[in-house]
Design a protein around this ligand. Structure first.
Ligand code: GDP
Ligand code: IMO
Ligand code: MG
Length: 449
């Protein structure tokens, strides 16, 4: 009888919330995902796009973990981890991270599920990535990619010659893999002949060996029809957090093309990158820093003009890439770009990080872009069209707020900065829910409830 009642009881289906960066990356998404998981509301974290180009840092106690491809729920032992069909899977990075996590005391393999429809990054892709950057560099149009083979992996997927994770389990995999490798060899030769790109065959051989070993390990993991699994979990009433790998301003369609990544970073892509209906999407958490950083090529209108001040932010904020170690350019908070990113993403809850870093007595905020001498209402097609920016100046607060986790204890300058941002976004229906004051799990305070 009890069983019958249980069977007939209709379970309310779960929902999917998304966390996305609203600037050019490295906003602190990893930390905020970890923070959101402490509520116990979510049963899984899912990556829906991108690959090992991401670098998401989570600090806990004296330990630090930087996830490139493993979802940021890895340090919460009850959280399932999903890698969706929209992801380009770098097997070598994935296997290395799993073993790194094991050494930290987290055995993630039993709770990691990978879509059989996710795309494999081949050992050739990083070389092709470098070769194309070499070609671009000749005309001064280098993108400054992470060299992780992201562009070539997505290109192969779109050209319908790529390999899927599930292909590894099929009998003709070897054949298909060598056909693709032959194609890549020819492509690389073209880069050598036409553009003079030096090919290091020894390095390619080494990469192939590493890749093949990683595939053997990858095969042992839980490769499945992830879309079905997610639908099952939602039907069981479980909630999922979708993790944006790259930020909105790097979206291939809406960023500053071609200085973008090769996937759609908007939450709209959660549905396609996981294989779920839009009806499950609920809140979008948008993450920003109190200032802005950018790594790679392309224009950056909000960049701090005084290199000495930029350096102060770079050093104090430890602004060096979590994936490549490259220094990040630093800029003022760009409200014009932020409003564009909020519009595109539908972010309704905002995390602001690095409020402990404010290395100037007076800080600027970008409120508009001038193109051809005119303040534009719409975001320009190319950032190279921006001739200057419109700014407002407000008082800074140095490093006085480091580690503060009580709203009442923050400096009056930070409090007025937060109110200023809130006012500037008041027509967009967003809440600033949490403000970060340091890299650790407990370095934040709740601002609006
Ligand atoms: P993600 O790619 O968005 O996850 O961000 P990254 O991990 O690449 O970069 C964010 C960096 O800022 C990491 O080193 C974090 O530990 C650090 N961080 C995050 N939030 C804060 C904060 O509020 N204050 C300070 N000082 N550091 C922070
Ligand atoms: P997280 O997840 C910052 C940038 C690269 C380059 C462009 C294209 O840590 O925020 P790609 O390798 O994707 O083809 O490079 O995108 N980029 C990032 N910048 N943070 C990231 O990830 C990035 N992932 C890619 O610097 O300009
Ligand atoms: Mg990062």
């Amino acid at each position: 009888m009890a069983n019958k009642i249980l069977k007939n009881k209709k379970v309310k289906h779960g929902f999917i919330d998304a966390v996305v960066g609203l600037q050019w990356g490295d906003e602190g998404k990893g930390k905020n995902i970890d923070e959101l998981l402490s509520s116990g509301k979510y049963s899984a974290v899912a990556r829906f796009h991108g690959g090992a180009n991401a670098g998401h840092t989570i600090k806990f106690g004296d330990k630090t973990f930087i996830g490139h491809i493993v979802p940021s729920g890895c340090l919460r032992k009850k959280i399932e981890l999903y890698i969706g069909n929209g992801v380009v899977v770098d097997a070598v990075s994935l296997i290395a991270e799993i073993s790194q996590l094991k050494n930290l005391g987290f055995d993630v393999a039993p709770r990691l599920f990978i879509s059989n429809r996710a795309k494999l990054v081949s050992y050739f892709h990083p070389f092709l990535d470098q070769a194309d950057e070499y070609r671009r560099n000749k005309s001064g149009t280098k993108i400054g990619t992470t060299s992780r083979g992201i562009g070539p992996a997505y290109s192969d997927a779109r050209a319908r010659r790529g390999l899927l994770v599930g292909d590894m389990l099929l009998p003709d995999f070897e054949q298909r893999e060598s056909a693709l490798s032959e194609f890549h060899t020819n492509l690389l030769s073209m880069y050598k002949e036409k553009y003079g790109f030096e090919i290091d065959y020894g390095k390619i051989k080494e990469a192939k060996e590493k890749w093949q070993n990683a595939l053997k390990e990858l095969k042992k993991l839980q490769i499945c029809d992830l879309s079905s699994l997610i639908q099952k979990r939602l039907a069981e009433g479980k909630n999922i957090l979708a993790e944006g790998a790259q930020a909105i301003m790097l979206d291939i369609d809406f960023g500053d093309y071609p200085n973008v990544t090769s996937s759609n970073t908007l939450p709209a892509n959660v549905c396609l990158g996981l294989g779920v209906s839009h009806k499950y999407l609920r809140d979008v958490y948008g993450v920003i820093k109190a200032y802005t950083t950018k790594v790679g090529g392309g224009n950056f209108p909000a960049r701090i003009a005084d290199p000495a001040i930029e350096k102060l932010f770079q050093d104090a904020g430890n602004e060096f890439g979590a994936t490549t170690g490259r220094p990040r350019m630093c800029g003022w908070l760009d409200l014009f770009a932020l409003r564009y990113a909020i519009g595109l993403s539908g972010a309704n809850k905002i995390f602001i990080n690095k409020a402990d870093i404010c290395m100037s007595d007076k800080i600027k905020v970008v409120t508009g872009y001038k193109c051809n001498g005119k303040i534009g209402k719409e975001f320009p097609l190319y950032l190279s069209q921006v001739s200057s920016v419109v700014t407002e100046e407000i008082p800074g607060w140095g490093k006085t707020n480091f580690g503060v986790n009580d709203k009442k204890k923050i400096s009056k300058e930070l409090a007025s900065y937060l109110k200023y941002i809130k006012t500037k976004l008041s027509d967009l229906d967003v809440k600033i829910i949490s403000v970060g004051t340091g890299p650790d799990r407990n370095h934040f305070f709740n601002w609006e409830k």
